[in-house]
Design a protein around this ligand. Structure first.
Ligand code: ADP
Ligand code: MG
Length: 613
């Protein structure tokens, strides 16, 4: 059988569609296939991924005697997308003054205030005290010593423990007290200083120590110190337990890092925006300057470094000189990142504000020619690199049942969001925007302080659940399920992601399931809604110009992403929904399908869409 193959090499996924052309000239789609893109898009290395995808497809067909007549390759919009993020504020603790962290099992509850002392050498009697218990003291000895001090009339009101033994100690005390444990660097805790230890009841957060006025009250600080209190409170909010030690020199400050300004050169004019004015302000400038011609960051500042990193990375990918890189779109979002507090005692983190940016370049040279040549060699068949990607995506999207012109298609992949509008007369307008699936993952990674792109990717893709007990799992939507067999103990008390197929995976992150969910959803809304709205604006889509917005690309495989867009556009009286290419592919395979449809159209001399813009 003679077949033709449509091939879409994306930054992350290679998709193919295989069809035969029937005697009437119509394409008859046989199968499709998919593989991870190998090498950087636009290099001969892509051939390996294409082969895998084609063989995967042919395998499904199980037919021998296939003759490849022609292959069509997406003439990839030559864009390379990259992203970076950085903080613009930084909290510094000079001289150890606070410990605010969430040990799994603090002891006791309530607040204790007193002067710190080393449990191994109790001071004279008379003061209110807080015991500092280094890791070398076994919990049995620690509890015995605290009980002995109690009998001797000492007033010990709380304890700070290096080991994870808060509960073990507390269970053996005659009189309960708040105990904060797992304090890694306990040797840095100053002795003889006024200290407050607070442990909240399960399910609650510390109260006095997460409130500037609470802290001021405990340490008898005046109005001139309220700034100091505010910084501490900020770092302790949401913790179940916390310690604050006030040393005479102790200081804590928030430094605003010179974030610098970003310069956006456009076809109309050039504008410079201070990064700490926020993402909205930056995006307004991006819209205002006309077609973006380049973006620069102020040298010696964070944004300067970010833009530089992006350009260097892109130059390497595209194998062109850094100076020749011109950024053609910038997408900025506000974020909060968990940053380790400098000078903290127990790996404390504080949420600093930051900006994430994604940028995109149009490289001039034709990307896919090399791939086409290598493919032709490999398969001994003619290969044509043809068709603007966004237009092909449109043709493919039109095979979704219920669609009609005028139609907008938004293809959100890993690095870029490509959108196109096709009017009834067949004219097409398209735009390419920076900021897509990778940016969502990066935001999740940063805001939850995950430290692993792969782990953040799992959080993005799958719903969450909490393993309440060995026999009970509670899903993020409130559903609970009892397990017939006890789950593995490593899941106990943990938040997990639940892929549809495959075992749950523990999320390594200190935040609650509810918080993780909020961060995940916000990241998706920022990027997906942000870029869908931007696309509609740039394509100049009015209510009457559009019967629907079809969402395609890997990022709309998301279990909730397309719903966010559908809801937001419904408010604007636009119907939007996930594509279902050829009624069977879901939001996948639009470009590969479009390539084949275009060929059939040309074959039949039915080129309806003459006047493209
Ligand atoms: P490209 O066209 O750039 O090769 P794709 O269309 O394959 O990209 O989309 C890749 C993006 O889709 C990645 O950011 C990936 O995280 C995202 N993605 C893939 N599957 C899912 C899923 N099930 N849920 C959410 N995002 C997904
Ligand atoms: Mg794609």
């Amino acid at each position: 059988m003679d077949v033709i193959i449509g091939i879409d090499v994306g930054n992350s996924t290679t998709e193919v569609a295989i069809a035969e052309i029937t005697r009437t000239g119509e394409p008859n789609f046989l199968v499709s296939g998919m593989a991870e893109t190998t090498g950087i898009k636009g290099t001969a290395e892509n051939v390996r991924g294409v082969k895998t995808a084609i063989f995967a497809a042919l395998e499904k067909m199980g037919r021998k005697g296939i003759v490849i007549q022609k292959m069509f390759l997406n003439n990839a919009t030559p864009v390379i997308a990259d992203f970076a993020m950085d903080t613009i504020t930084e909290t510094i603790v000079t001289d150890s003054t606070m410990i605010g962290h969430n040990p799994g099992t603090p002891g006791g509850h309530g607040i204790g205030i007193g002067y710190t002392f080393d449990l191994r050498s109790p001071p004279g009697n008379g003061k209110d005290l807080i015991a500092v218990i280094p890791g070398s003291v076994p919990f049995l000895d620690a509890a015995a010593e605290l009980n002995r001090l109690d009998d001797a009339g000492y007033r010990v009101y709380g304890a700070i423990v290096q080991n994870d033994e808060g509960t073990l100690i507390n269970n053996r005390l005659k009189r309960e007290m708040p105990i904060v444990d797992e304090v890694e660097q306990i040797e840095k805790a100053p002795l003889g200083m006024l200290c407050a230890v607070e442990v909240a009841a399960p399910g609650y957060g510390v109260e006095a120590l997460s409130d500037p006025y609470g802290i001021a009250g405990i340490f008898k600080l005046g109005v001139e110190d309220i700034g100091y209190c505010r910084h501490i409170a900020k770092a302790l909010i949401g913790n179940r337990s916390a310690v604050v030690i006030r040393t005479p020199e102790g200081a804590i400050s928030e430094r605003v890092i010179p974030a610098g300004s970003v310069g956006i050169a456009g076809s109309r004019f050039t504008e410079s925006v201070a990064v700490d004015a926020g993402a909205d302000r930056i995006m307004r400038a991006v819209e205002a300057v006309g077609r973006v011609e380049d973006v620069t960051g102020e040298p010696g500042t964070n944004i300067g470094g970010m833009i530089e990193r992006i350009k260097v990375g892109m130059a390497k990918q595209a194998d062109i000189k850094k100076d020749e890189i011109r950024i053609s779109d910038l997408f900025a979002v506000d974020t909060r990142t968990a940053v380790r507090v400098q000078g903290g005692l127990a790996g404390e983190h504080v949420m600093e504000s930051g900006v994430g940016v994604a940028a995109m370049v149009h490289a001039d040279h034709m990307f896919m020619d090399k791939v086409a040549a290598a493919l032709g060699e490999e398969f001994k068949a003619p290969v044509r690199a043809s068709g603007v990607e966004a237009e092909m995506a449109l043709l493919g999207a039109l095979t979704t049942p219920g669609t009609a012109l005028p139609l907008v298609v938004v293809d959100v992949g890993a690095g870029s969001a490509d959108a196109a509008l096709m009017k009834e007369d067949g004219s097409v307008k398209s735009v390419h925007l920076a900021g897509a699936g990778d940016l969502i993952t990066m935001l999740i990674d940063a805001e939850l302080n995950i430290g692993s792109f792969a782990a953040a990717e799992r959080i993005k893709r799958y719903p969450l659940a909490h393993v309440d007990s060995l026999y009970r799992i509670r899903y993020e939507n409130g559903e609970a399920r009892f397990l017939e067999d006890a789950c593995e103990p490593r899941y106990y008390g943990r938040t997990v992601t639940v892929p549809e197929n495959g075992p749950p995976e523990v999320v390594n992150c200190d935040f609650s399931m509810e918080k993780i969910r909020v961060v995940r959803q916000e990241a998706k809304k920022k990027v997906l809604l942000g870029n869908v709205f931007r696309a509609l604006e740039k394509l100049d889509v009015g209510k009457d110009d559009c019967k629907g917005v079809i969402l395609v690309g890997g990022s709309f495989l998301d279990f909730e992403g397309s719903r966010f867009v559908t809801q937001a556009l419904a408010e604007k009286k636009l119907s939007a929904g996930k594509g279902n290419i050829r009624s069977v592919e879901g939001p996948r395979n639009a470009v590969a399908t479009g390539l084949i449809l275009r060929y059939a159209e040309l074959l039949n001399g039915m080129v309806k869409h003459g006047n493209r813009t």
